[in-house]
Design a protein around this ligand. Structure first.
Ligand code: GLA
Length: 277
């Protein structure tokens, strides 16, 4: 038997560095996908080293493991959360509910990859619905599905700065006071976004970037790329996305002809598993 897991990338509109602090986020699943194929065999576990380590920690049976993915790696789109979720779905099939699958994938990321992540990535990947975004409240782990207005035009621009998050930096070295202020204001921005015009949404994204800079998860190089994008004609807002220190910049544009070399993001469906015999 072969199990095949298909997991999307994660786009976070607003609500960055709030998940592990019981805040909220507005996110969606992107059209990018990671596919993990697990062929169950008699003995042994074969595949790339990290994949085998994750599979063993998850208690997977003998298998041949093959990963293909177009989720950019180390770019703030949660390629590692997608891999961990793929492992969990292939090991457990349909026997875990979505939220338990998210928590198990988070555990694997903590234990095997050494990243002390929250649940944003996993929940956005497992609870999202096509043409919608997902409001996640991390204080209760409740999600609500919000229709994605067709006037929202998001694009990604690669800062070209590679990052890793298995460092202490991820949970910020800044003061507790600044962190608390960031989460409080970020939560307010998430709520405001639900009733805002596109111009206001862009402005909220700019404010988020400024706040990420204040808590010390951006870099001067990223700040200058964000700034130049923000001042570009037709750009309504831009901010660094994900854990920080580089990776993708999320840009809200007036229409598709702005930044023409970058494709529009399309809210896609959640992670799922299929069995092939
Ligand atoms: C990474 C982590 C998430 C979240 C974001 C920042 O993607 O994996 O849990 O904390 O950073 O919002």
């Amino acid at each position: 038997m072969i199990r095949r897991a298909s997991i999307p990338g994660r786009i976070n509109i607003l609500g960055e560095h709030t998940d592990y602090a019981g805040g909220c986020s507005l996110a969606f699943a992107s059209q990018h996908r990671l596919i993990l194929e697990a062929e169950f065999i008699e003995s042994g576990v074969f595949g790339e080293e990290t994949v085998v380590a994750l599979w063993s920690e998850a208690g997977g049976p003998p298998a041949r493991l093959n990963v293909s993915s177009n989720i950019p790696i180390g770019k703030g789109m949660s390629s590692s959360a997608a891999l961990c979720l793929g492992i969990v779905l292939c090991v457990h099939g349909d026997s875990l509910d979505r939220q338990d699958a998210c928590k198990e994938a988070q555990r694997l990321e903590h234990v095997v990859l050494g990243t002390p992540c929250g649940l944003l990535d996993q929940m956005a990947m497992m609870h999202s619905i096509e043409e919608c975004c997902t409001l996640i409240d991390f204080s209760s782990l409740e999600t609500s599905t919000i229709p994605y207005p067709n006037t929202w035009k998001f694009k990604l621009v690669d800062s070209g700065i590679q990052r890793t998050l298995n460092s202490e930096d991820y949970r910020q070295t800044t003061s507790e006071v600044k962190k608390k202020l960031h989460v409080r204001e970020e939560n307010a921005r998430v709520r405001q976004a639900l009733n805002s015009t596109n111009e206001q949404l862009g402005e909220l994204m700019n404010q988020t970037h400024e706040s990420l800079r204040m808590i010390g998860v951006s870099t001067p190089e990223v700040d200058s790329i964000v700034k130049s994008l923000q001042s570009k004609e037709g750009v309504l807002g831009a901010r660094m996305m994900g854990g920080g220190f580089g990776g993708m910049i999320l840009v809200l544009v007036e229409n598709d002809s702005v930044l023409p070399q970058h494709p529009l993001l399309v809210p896609s469906k959640a992670g799922f598993i299929e069995e092939l015999f």
